[in-house]
Design a protein around this ligand. Structure first.
Ligand SMILES: [Zn+2]
Length: 348
């Protein structure tokens, strides 16, 4: 096993298992240190025992490097491969039917990996596509993309797609997108001409989650009916503290308050899909609201809202959630072929 790949695998598995994110970052940083070394230096340092003299390499990263360089699968990886498997229960059939992920972030906003790295991980998982949905300009805390940065990202994605088309691997495509903020008045935080060019638009509320029920309902319905909107992201905005085994510890950020009957009726009418956000600390919509959306006849999109490659495996959680609510696979847009998906996102 290549030492750099080994370090990156530890980071991936830590993210998949929702372990301490600082540890995951430390392994990723160590991988970068090795990548930046002149040829032969690592081998020399392994021979004379000075690997830990490198900045950012401590005893635990060094152990992984040494074992990998010796041709072994590092003990840490063996352990993590077993302990961080994302559980999958009744949703196995739905998970099998999923073809991709419509909500992911890259380094361009608040994600932890490049688009190329995210795409490679998605492809390794058997996805047919990955939609990159970095944040829109107003979400400055998450380095929301300005118009120019988003346009530059479209060029980056086109180049990556061109390379993927000719590399002899399984067919795979990166789709363009944005997670656009829903402004207080229900308008979207993006330019019409750019939103119209994107393959998929996820619209989410990120500000003033505590606004009163009728104002929030109006705000959400305006965004749901906006012709650019394809998916309503994490509809309540709640954040939970969940232990590693999945039990709720406490509600960290309460859910917003809106008229769910009206909101999901609007989704069904506009054919805007309701996101089933798979992140364990979101689990959005909550179960009672998800039932209302099911009864309203909504479409759904099972997304991971990944900020790191290992989190792409969170789809298992969303698939189990959909199965628990008896949602037919045909109503889940992420089971559709790319052609059907794009026909739907271009329906207006
Ligand atoms: Zn979001």
């Amino acid at each position: 096993m290549d030492p750099i790949e080994a370090l990156e695998r530890v980071s991936y598995l830590s993210d998949r298992g929702r372990l301490d994110s600082r540890k995951s970052e430390a392994f990723l940083k160590a991988a970068k240190v090795l990548r930046d070394l002149p040829a032969d230096e690592l081998q020399q340092r392994l021979t004379n025992g000075t690997v830990t003299f490198l900045p950012g390499i401590g005893p635990s990263t060094a152990a992984v490097i040494q074992q990998a360089a010796a041709g072994k699968v590092p003990d840490r990886i063996v352990k993590l491969e077993q302990e961080t498997v994302v559980p999958l229960g009744a949703g196995a059939a739905i998970r099998e039917a999923l073809r991709g992920d419509c909500h992911t972030h890259s380094l361009a906003s608040d994600g932890g990996a490049s688009i190329a790295t995210m795409a490679a991980a998605a492809r390794a998982l058997g996805h047919e596509y990955l939609v990159v949905t970095d944040h829109s300009p107003r979400l400055t805390v998450a380095r929301g993309l300005t118009r120019d940065r988003l346009l530059a990202q479209l060029d980056e994605i086109a180049a990556l797609n061109e390379a993927a088309a000719t590399d002899g691997g399984t067919p795979f495509r990166i789709l363009t997108g944005v997670e656009v903020d829903i402004n207080l008045d229900g308008s979207l935080d993006g330019d019409d001409d750019v939103l119209a060019r994107l393959d998929v638009v996820v619209a989410s509320v990120h500000s003033k989650l505590t606004m009163d029920r009728s104002a929030m309902t109006r705000r959400m319905i305006a965004a749901i009916r906006n012709p650019h909107t394809d998916i309503l992201g994490h509809c309540t905005g709640r954040k939970l503290d969940v232990s590693t085994d999945g039990t709720l510890v406490k509600v960290r950020r309460p859910q917003s308050n809106f008229d769910a009957d009206a909101v999901f009726a609007a989704c069904a009418e506009a054919q805007t899909a309701v996101e089933i956000n798979s992140r364990p600390e979101r689990q959005d919509p909550p179960d009672d609201l998800l039932d209302i959306a099911v009864d309203a006849g909504c479409l759904f999109s099972i997304d991971t809202d990944s900020h790191a490659p290992g989190q792409l495996e969170f789809l298992n959680y969303g698939a189990d959630k959909a199965a628990a609510h008896r949602i037919a696979p045909e109503r889940i847009v992420t089971t559709w072929t790319i052609e059907k998906l794009l026909e739907w996102t271009h329906r207006h």
